[in-house]
Design a protein around this ligand. Structure first.
Ligand code: NAP
Length: 247
């Protein structure tokens, strides 16, 4: 097992990619805190599945956009686990509209969760990583942050922001035993993508050389790689997992 003895928190671990990441980290031996904002039942199911596999797991409810709420969650996780080795900033939303129809509230909400959320979670765990001279931070970006997209100015800006944040943090923390990397998925089979109308989904498939959407498990394997000793020499990297959509 590649992550025996490690402790991890996955934001947005109740569903989709985050759920697969939480299960994959646990399968490699990590104890995992599963963050969610409102899907308590789904998060509980992930926690139970991890416990059945013999690892420690806990619910870690918080709105990552809210700094005091995130701070409270971090205290709970640190009380339970003692320390945190691995932080996966995965929680994210989209709220798509062309720019002329996009209101300020939608812009703010997407930036607050997708970008401020990454700041908040990194901030509340960084001191104890620095003290222990060890940390693995993986931030979920997106191919949309790399190429932009019609109707996704808020989402694209948030993800490009996370990518730049990751590289800056990687430079600041490289000498302290902490690596910071990003993963930029293309289109992955989760509610976020399955909610797209079929006609549009078929058009998307035409643009993907591998002719299929990715799976959450494929993204999760990249997270495990970056958090295990296999990934020790990576920092400031942005892994593209997109079936060839962007080369
Ligand atoms: P998803 O299935 O919609 O799940 C979103 C997760 O984020 C849920 O666990 C949700 O918790 C959590 N969340 C939402 N707002 C939150 C908040 N304010 N505080 C804490 N947790 C919150 O999403 P996904 O498709 O797995 O995407 C996961 C990440 O990958 C996102 O950052 C997304 O931008 C990125 N991504 C996805 C794709 C794709 O094709 N799916 C592609 C590129 C990048 P609740 O269950 O409690 O609501």
């Amino acid at each position: 097992m590649k992550l025996q003895g490690r402790t991890a928190l996955v934001t947005g671990g109740s569903r989709g990619i985050g759920r697969a990441v939480a299960l994959a980290l646990a399968a490699e031996g990590a104890d995992v805190a599963v963050n969610y904002v409102s899907s308590e039942g789904a998060a509980k199911e992930v926690v139970e599945q991890i416990k059945k596999g013999g690892r420690r797991a806990m619910l870690a409810q918080a709105d990552v956009a809210d700094y005091p709420d995130t701070f409270r969650m971090a205290q709970e996780v640190l009380r339970e686990f003692g320390h945190l080795d691995i932080l996966v900033n995965n929680a994210g939303i989209n709220s798509d509209k062309t720019f002329t129809k996009m209101d300020h509230a939608s812009w703010r909400r997407v930036l607050a969760i997708n970008l401020d959320g990454v700041f908040n979670c990194s901030k509340v765990f960084i001191d104890q990583m620095l003290k222990r001279n060890y940390g693995r931070i993986v931030n979920m970006t997106s191919v949309i942050g790399q190429i932009g997209n019609f109707g996704q100015a808020n989402y694209a800006a948030s993800k490009a922001g996370v990518a730049a944040f990751s590289k800056s943090l990687a430079k600041e923390l490289a000498g302290k035993g902490i690596t910071v990397n990003a993963i930029a998925p293309g289109f992955i089979e989760t509610e976020m993508v399955l909610g797209i109308p079929e006609k549009v989904r078929n058009k998307l498939l035409d643009q993907i050389p591998l002719r299929r959407f990715g799976t959450p498990e494929e993204v999760a394997r990249a997270v495990v790689y970056l958090c295990s000793a296999d990934g020790d020499y990576f920092t400031g990297a942005e892994f593209s997992i997109n079936g060839g959509l962007l080369m």
